[in-house]
Design a protein around this ligand. Structure first.
Ligand SMILES: [Fe+2]
Length: 412
C-alpha cells in the first residue's frame, strides 16, 4: 500500500466565501501582489475584492495584464511588479491562466531564476511565497493543483511546471464569481473538469516505490483519487449542460465549482492522461482552447482503452445518472460513451479533429509529440505506442462513432 494526498492548507468552497479573502491575505503577508486580468478587474465582484484587500493590507500592487496561456513575457512583467513592492504574498483571481501565472511568479520571487529553470516535475527546490487562489471559472482546478502550464516561444508545445511546492496555500472557491462567466468559457472549462475526473478515474494504476510520491507529481489512480473523481463526475454530469444553457442557474454553478474542485483534487495525484497529452500539439497547431480539445478527444481515447477500463466506464455510467441497472459492463460502457457524445454536442464541442482544422497528414507527428509527454501519457490505460496514439487521432479525425453502438458480441 502506498498513497499520497496533496492539497492547499485550506480549501473553502461555497457561495459568499470570497468575503474571507482580505483576511486570509492579510494573515499571509503585508505586501500583496494581486494577479488578474483586465476583463475581470472591470467586473464588480472582482473590483470589490480588490478594494476590500486594499483596506486590509498595507501594500497592494495589481498586475492585471495577464493574457491567455501564460506567455513568458507575462511572467517577466508580473515578477517585476512583485519586485517593485517586495511582495510577500500573492492573490490570484481568475481562470487557470491567471492562477498558473501567479504560481510561477511565486516560485521566482522565492527562488530566483527564470521559468525555464523549473520546467518538468519536482524541479522547484522548496516552498514559494504564500499564494491565495480564487478561481472565476469552473474547470482547471488550478486553485489546488501542483501544476502551472506556460507558453515558451522557443518550444512548439506548452511547457509544464509540476511541483508540490506550487500547490496554492489557500483555495477560495466561490461559485458567485462564476455567474458572469460566458457560456463558451463555461462549456470549455466545464468539460475540461469532466476530463480531469474521468481521466483520473481511468488512469493506469502504477506500482510505486517509497520515494515516488516525492520525486514524481502524477502517480496514477488510487482509492482516494477514485473517490474525488466520482464525486466530481456526478456533479459535473448533472449540471454542465444547465450551467452552459443558463449562467444564472445558481445550483448548476455551485455543482460546477464543487465538481471542478473535486476533479482537481483527483488529478493532482492521479494525473491526466491521453486526451491531455494529445491536446498539446493539437492546441498548438489549431489555437483552439484547451477544454475544447480535451473534450473532443476524450471519447476516442476512452474507446481505445475500453478493454482495460470497461468496468470503470460502467461505474461512471451509473454515477452520471444513466440507467444501467440491468446492463452488462460492456453495455453500460457503451451507454456512457454514447451519453458523452450527446453531452459534447449539446455544449458545442465539435465532433472531429477535421472540424477544428487539423490536417490528417499531421496526425502521426502529433502522436509522436504526445508520446513524449510522459507524465500524462503513462496514465493512459490503453497501449501508448505511437501507432496506437495515431489510431486514436485517426478515429477523432474521421469521427468514427460507430464504436459506441453495442454489438451482439459486446452486449453478450
Ligand atoms: Fe485540463
Amino acid at each position: 500500500m502506498l498513497e499520497t494526498v496533496r492539497g492547499p492548507r485550506q480549501l473553502i468552497v461555497g457561495e459568499g466565501v470570497a468575503q474571507n479573502i482580505p483576511r486570509v491575505v492579510a494573515e499571509s503577508g503585508s505586501r500583496v501582489l494581486i494577479v488578474t486580468d483586465q476583463v475581470l478587474l472591470g467586473q464588480p465582484g472582482v473590483a470589490e475584492i480588490v478594494a476590500a484587500v486594499r483596506e486590509k493590507v498595507e501594500v497592494v500592487a495589481v498586475f492585471s495584464d495577464a493574457t491567455s496561456d501564460v506567455p513568458l513575457t507575462d511572467v517577466a512583467l508580473a515578477v517585476s511588479v512583485a519586485a517593485e513592492v517586495d511582495a510577500d504574498v500573492i492573490l490570484a483571481i481568475g481562470g487557470g491562466t491567471v492562477i498558473d501565472l501567479a504560481k510561477i511568479v511565486g516560485v521566482i520571487r522565492r527562488h530566483g531564476g527564470t521559468p525555464r529553470d523549473y520546467y518538468g516535475e519536482s524541479k522547484v527546490p522548496g516552498p514559494t511565497i504564500p499564494l491565495v487562489a480564487v478561481p472565476t471559472t469552473s474547470g482547471t482546478g488550478s486553485e489546488l493543483t501542483p501544476v502551472s502550464v506556460l507558453t515558451d516561444p522557443d518550444r512548439e508545445l506548452k511547457v509544464g511546471v509540476s511541483s508540490v511546492h506550487i500547490v496554492p496555500d489557500f483555495a477560495i472557491v466561490d461559485p458567485e464569481l462564476t455567474y458572469t462567466c460566458p457560456a463558451t468559457v463555461t462549456a470549455h472549462s466545464g468539460i475540461d473538469a469532466f476530463c480531469h475526473a474521468v481521466e483520473s478515474y481511468t488512469a493506469r494504476p502504477r506500482p510505486h516505490g517509497p520515494r515516488d510520491p516525492v520525486e514524481q507529481v502524477f502517480l496514477g489512480r488510487n482509492a482516494i483519487t477514485d473517490h474525488y473523481a466520482l464525486l466530481a463526475a456526478e456533479r459535473i454530469a448533472r449540471s454542465l449542460r444547465r450551467a452552459v444553457r443558463d449562467g444564472g442557474d445558481t445550483d448548476a454553478r455551485a455543482d460546477m465549482s464543487y465538481g471542478s474542485m473535486l476533479a482537481g483534487l483527483a488529478f493532482s495525484h492521479a494525473g491526466n492522461a491521453a486526451p491531455h497529452a494529445l491536446q498539446y500539439p493539437i492546441g498548438a497547431a489549431t489555437h483552439t482552447p484547451h477544454g475544447l480539445g480535451v473534450g473532443l478527444l476524450l471519447p476516442y481515447a476512452l474507446d481505445a482503452a475500453r478493454d482495460a477500463i470497461g468496468d470503470r466506464l460502467a461505474i461512471l455510467a451509473g454515477v452520471c445518472g444513466l440507467d444501467v441497472t440491468d446492463a452488462s459492463d460492456a453495455e453500460a460502457a457503451d451507454t456512457f460513451l454514447t451519453w458523452l457524445d450527446g453531452l459534447l454536442a449539446d455544449i458545442g464541442i465539435p465532433p472531429t479533429l477535421a472540424d477544428i482544422g487539423v490536417a490528417r497528414a499531421d496526425l502521426p507527428r502529433f502522436a509522436e509529440m504526445a508520446s513524449g509527454v510522459t507524465r500524462l501519457i503513462q496514465n493512459h490505460p490503453g497501449p501508448t505506442d505511437t501507432a496506437s496514439l495515431t489510431a486514436i487521432l485517426e478515429a477523432a479525425w474521421t469521427g468514427d462513432r460507430t464504436r459506441h453502438v453495442p454489438t451482439p458480441s459486446r452486449a453478450g
